[in-house]
Design a protein around this ligand. Structure first.
Ligand SMILES: [Fe+2]
Ligand SMILES: [Fe+2]
Length: 261
């Protein structure tokens, strides 16, 4: 089983780059499942019906979210609509949406879980490790493989989650920092892991945002408007190969392509 996981798709630039690269990768490698983090899909923050549709029209099977889940009020129209969009599973009980989903294609089932970290992030969420236990337990026996998108800031929290789920989830990928890390590996018990997949969006800004606006904010401390940067795009993803009989990942490869749109 081959899974393509694409890091945070950011604004129009990210959506365009996603379409171009997915078409290329589908022709060359034919992944069984394509998963995309879409928390920055709409103008850099949040997701709407139209931006979700645009992502799905590229051949994406499911969208995960993160700290910008609720940034657009329109998300409330789609989060419980039956679209394959999940939000962090460790959000407080009772909030809209769901934190896990089962995808099925040609008789193969992939369980997908979204979690959010607590270190240097929102602290009004439940423990991501306890939520991981609960969600993995729920999916086990029902699916051929499990992929966890752990949307978190601290590398330590993400690495800890990788080891915590080693052998219990076939894939644990980090998202949120927008910068790809070079530590992709298969952990001892067969989990494919990377601390951060990176993002898909404007390459020449500050993690997607217009660089002058961010520099002005750092140098003046004044509140400022953030707009997506212009220029080249970067496409950041990982391709994971899983042996469904052994229930282990056998390969994880980083993808980081610059694209002129
Ligand atoms: Fe993001
Ligand atoms: Fe984020």
């Amino acid at each position: 089983m081959k899974i393509l996981f694409v890091g945070d798709v950011f604004g129009e630039t990210g959506r365009k780059a996603l379409g171009i690269q997915i078409e290329k990768i589908r022709n060359l490698e034919k992944p069984d499942f394509i998963i995309v983090n879409g928390e920055n899909a709409a103008g850099g923050k949040g997701i709407t019906y139209n931006t979700a549709q645009e992502i799905f029209s590229c051949g994406v099977d499911a969208i995960t979210m993160g700290n910008h889940t609720w940034a657009r009020k329109e998300v409330m129209n789609i989060i419980d609509s039956g679209m394959n969009i999940i939000r962090p599973a460790n959000y407080p009980r009772g909030v809209p949406g769901k934190g896990r989903i089962i995808l099925e294609k040609d008789g193969v089932k992939l369980g997908l879980i979204n979690l959010i970290g607590r270190v240097y992030m929102e602290n009004n969420v439940d423990c991501p490790f306890q939520a991981a236990d609960r969600e993995v337990q729920n999916l086990r026996g029902q699916v051929d493989a499990i992929l966890v998108d752990f949307h978190a800031e601290a590398t330590s929290e993400k690495i800890a989650m990788g080891y915590y789920l080693d052998g219990r989830a076939e894939v644990v990928v980090g998202t949120h920092t927008h910068v790809q890390t070079a530590d992709e590996q298969i952990l001892e018990n067969g989990t494919a892991y990377i601390t951060d997949v990176g993002f898909t969006g404007p390459a020449d800004g500050v993690i997607g945002v217009n660089r002058e606006q961010i520099i002005r904010k750092f140098t003046s401390g004044l509140p400022s408007q953030f707009e997506p940067a212009s220029g080249r795009a970067i496409f950041n993803a990982v391709m994971v190969t899983i042996d469904p009989v052994m229930k282990k990942a056998v390969n994880i490869r980083r993808i980081a392509d610059y694209i002129k749109l």
